[in-house]
Design a protein around this ligand. Structure first.
Ligand code: SAM
Length: 472
């Protein structure tokens, strides 16, 4: 199929032939030092790279060049995201699902997991448990089932989540990860005040996609791949892409992912708000070894670094599918958001003991949120619970233009400090509070504008006195 970045047909904006040509081109040029130097010089301008250019960097295995890629990724991350890491938690609403995805334990034929869908009372209990940990930002997750999880159910849950104010807690941003749907339903999600609409492509390889999704509505590759266009048509400005790494060849997926980002930018004038990089994990009746495209931690980190360089303005998300060690490395190379203290089972947060029977995948990082916050600060990252952007109307191209001009720093940095202060006051252990207070004191000095510094100092005092939810 002819490649056309502006086409609205998935077969054309994710052209199989273009991906194959790209992967071939990258292999042929991976030792072309002159070309690689040119690509790195372009990358240093911090305006991104094309899928072809980035694929050459990914293919290159010259040690010195790979170190240059890592250094640049780290520098770009610092320039655009400072040392902040935004925290969130997934909330599983329902594991009813009519699809047959071969890698997911929610698949219809799996008869040994109990099926469960939260009632609104149960959603409330989950949200209270999440608020009591200190979370402010959620990603809601559900299987695809038009009878058990219709859009009205998802909307009810969003309303419930936003309505609960327990002690000083509040969920201020709900991101949504549900199956591809219609423009009309996306409009309803937009009207419900969601943050980002997230949908993982799983794999960009159409033939393999159809094999991996043998039954159910998700079988339709084009409908799935064109979902972000419908979401944007429905008025959702911020969309989140992702590939489930391990299902197909990583070089193929990497090119497809960047082509998808280029398509959104070309058609809608704004690229993806975030890119997630999940890897297939063990789950109830799922063995990751059944998929023969698993990739080493080293290659996984290199992919993250190349994404960081290729799309500097796009946030990157890593979940608790990964271990503390991998998260440590990958955060440095470009990740800007991580989940913490996640439970991937339906109703898991309200239970004392971690339940396993309805889990979507095994969690590799089991630390509490306080432990994650503490660990981030000990590595000199500012844990941020900020949710200001979409609440201040900084979405889509407005967000991107502030991001590109670097002005976003004037909001993100102070907001990170103020929301960290809330966490320290309401939820932190003594040790975390001590480290956090010192970090805030030190980081106030990194606020560029004197006036902003002054306002932040005043607000920090007010937070100590009990006020909440300040933002720039
Ligand atoms: N049902 C929706 C859909 O089809 O997009 C919602 C998302 S599902 C609850 C969340 C994501 O978990 C999937 O898109 C998939 O990438 C990921 N996932 C499924 N099985 C997994 C596994 N065994 N290991 C890691 N991630 C998995």
């Amino acid at each position: 199929m002819k490649y056309d970045v502006k086409s609205m047909c998935a077969d054309e904006f994710i052209s199989h032939e273009e991906i194959l040509d790209t992967v071939k081109y990258a292999e042929e040029h991976k030792n072309d030092i002159e070309l690689i130097n040119k690509i790195l010089e372009k990358a240093e301008l911090r305006k991104g790279l094309s899928h072809r250019e980035a694929s050459v960097l990914l293919a290159c295995d010259d040690e010195e060049t790979v170190n240059r890629i890592y250094d640049l990724a780290e520098q770009i991350k610092k320039d655009f995201y400072g040392n902040r890491i935004v925290l969130f938690a997934p909330l599983y609403l329902s594991n009813y699902c009519v699809n047959g995805c071969l890698y997911c334990p929610y698949h219809l034929k799996n008869k040994h997991i109990p099926r469960k869908k939260l009632t609104q009372e149960e959603v409330k209990a989950e949200v209270i448990a999440l608020q009591d940990m200190g979370h402010k930002r959620l990603a809601i997750e559900a299987g695809e089932d038009p009878v058990n999880n219709p859009i009205e159910y998802i909307l009810d849950c969003i309303r419930t989540i936003y309505s609960i104010k327990h002690k000083n807690g509040a969920i201020r941003r709900v991101n949504v990860n549900i199956a591809a749907t219609t423009v009309e339903n996306y409009r309803k999600l937009r009207d419900a005040g969601i943050g980002t609409y997230i949908l993982f492509q799983e794999t960009y390889h159409k033939e393999n996609y159809e094999y991996l999704h043998p039954t159910g509505p998700k079988h339709d590759y084009n409908y799935h791949t064109e979902a972000m266009d419908r979401a944007m048509e429905g008025g959702i400005d911020d969309v989140g892409l992702g590939v489930l790494f391990g299902l197909d060849n990583y070089a193929y997926e990497f090119a497809g992912l960047l082509m998808h980002a280029e398509h959104l930018e070309a058609v809608h004038g704004v690229g993806p708000h975030t890119i997630s990089v999940p890897r297939v994990k063990r789950a109830d009746d799922i063995d990751p070894n059944d998929f023969d495209n698993s990739l080493s931690d080293e290659m996984f980190c290199k992919i993250a670094a190349c994404i960081r360089i290729a799309v500097p303005y796009t946030g990157m998300i890593i979940s608790t599918r990964e271990t503390k060690e991998v998260r440590e490395k990958i955060i440095r190379l470009g990740v800007s958001q991580i989940s913490g203290a996640s439970r991937t089972s339906v109703g898991g947060y309200a239970e004392e003991e971690r339940p396993h029977d309805t889990e979507q995948f095994d969690v590799s990082d089991n630390r509490t949120l306080d432990e994650v916050v503490n660990w981030l600060m000990r590595s000199d990252y500012i844990p941020s619970f900020c949710t200001a952007c979409y609440r201040e109307g900084r979405t889509g191209d407005r967000f991107m233009s502030l991001c590109k001009s670097g002005q976003i720093q004037n909001c993100c940095h102070p907001n990170a400090l103020m929301t960290l202060k809330e966490f320290l006051m309401d939820y932190a252990s003594e040790d975390t509070r001590k480290i956090g207070e010192a970090m805030i004191e030190k980081e106030i000095d990194n606020i560029g504008k004197e006036k902003v510094k002054e306002i932040v100092r005043e607000r920090l005092v007010k937070i100590e006195q009990g006020d909440r939810d300040f933002r720039f």
